[in-house]
Design a protein around this ligand. Structure first.
Ligand SMILES: NC(=O)c1ccc[n+]([C@@H]2O[C@H](COP(=O)([O-])OP(=O)(O)OC[C@H]3O[C@@H](n4cnc5c(N)ncnc54)[C@H](OP(=O)(O)O)[C@@H]3O)[C@@H](O)[C@H]2O)c1
Length: 283
């Protein structure tokens, strides 16, 4: 059996490869990356590094040759990535891939989140492909909050316009481990998993944060406009402000409030406690 991971030079892909190395021979692991130079460490340990650019369908067909099980990590390029993912699924079909796992978004078929439409298109393409699949609807990386952690440690309040909306934060490493389990075990065909931690409000996360770092950070609830302005004043590039504001309003509307045991069942253990993850991140 040969497994291939796309996006292996990204954060999640690197963790997935790290996890695969622990459970299977390196000769059975391949990655496709758009810049093989960035993957020299992986080729150095015997991983089969292939060139694959989501914008170049023919490169993907070649990259996926001889692959049995494929993990498509959703592209980090938000421009036209629905087509990029379609290219990857079509290439997998042409190359004879037997199974595809895909990292999607929470409740992707109904979600109003900014990022959901691309995931919806991809999920539909996957279901129509006829290839056995697993959809890994990853909730929110706790690592998304690193900027906020740093800001509050420098004295800023914890600013949010998300109100009491809840998020199923999970360490990125736990999502990676779940992907490894799905790639390397049976029984996941045609399943849609909502991979979520226990949903928490901003205040609940801040309480955990305060315990982890022994501080008394306060939550400052504002409206979306004020939130956007405060992020802009704090130096966040203008191009990211609409994304950040719509994430806050999406959280407020419950888009990331997903109750599910799927992650615990796949991992065979509870998600890593968030206070531990916070300490690891800050170290
Ligand atoms: N659930 C969440 O909280 C959350 C948060 C952020 C992102 N995400 C999604 O989850 C994905 C993985 O997260 P991450 O932290 O690993 O993000 P990341 O580090 O930005 O990784 C994104 C990957 O996409 C690859 N990519 C971009 N354009 C490509 C193209 N044209 N062809 C082939 N590969 C391309 C990048 O390649 P290079 O390595 O060459 O740059 C990178 O490896 C993201 O891409 C995004 O879709 C989820």
């Amino acid at each position: 059996m040969k497994v291939l991971v796309t996006g292996a030079t990204g954060n999640l892909g690197a963790l997935v490869v790290e996890g695969l190395i622990k459970v299977m021979p390196v000769e059975q692991i391949a990655v496709s990356v758009r810049d093989p130079k960035k993957a020299e460490k992986l080729s150095g340990v015997g991983i089969d590094v292939r060139y694959g650019n989501f914008n170049e369908p023919e490169s993907l067909v070649k990259a996926f040759e001889g692959i049995d099980r494929l993990l498509i990590i959703s592209s980090g390029d938000l421009q036209g990535r629905d087509q990029q993912h379609i290219n990857a699924i079509k290439a997998a079909k042409e190359a004879g891939v037997q199974f595809i796992a895909y990292t999607s978004a929470p409740n992707a078929q109904e979600s109003n989140l900014f990022v959901a439409p691309d995931h919806r298109v991809t999920e539909n393409e996957l279901q129509a492909s006829g290839i056995p699949f697993t959809i890994l609807r990853n909730n929110w990386y706790l690592e998304n909050e690193i900027g906020t952690f740093q800001a509050v440690l420098n004295g800023a309040p914890w600013v949010t316009s998300a109100g009491t909306g809840k998020v199923g934060w999970v360490a990125r490493r736990d999502f990676a481990e779940a992907a490894v389990k799905v790639l390397t075990s049976q029984g996941h065909d045609n399943k849609v998993y909502e991979l979520s931690g226990k949903p928490l409000t901003q205040q609940e996360l801040v309480t955990i944060f305060n315990q982890a770092v022994n501080k008394e950070v306060q939550v400052l609830q504002v409206d979306d406009n004020t939130y956007g302005k405060m992020m802009s004043d704090a130096g966040v590039p203008e191009m990211f402000i609409p994304f950040l504001v719509s994430t806050q309003s999406g959280i407020r509307d419950g888009e990331l409030d997903i109750e599910s045991d799927d992650l615990v069942e796949i991992l065979g253990r509870p998600a890593t406690p968030l206070d531990e993850v916070i300490k690891q991140i800050l170290n």
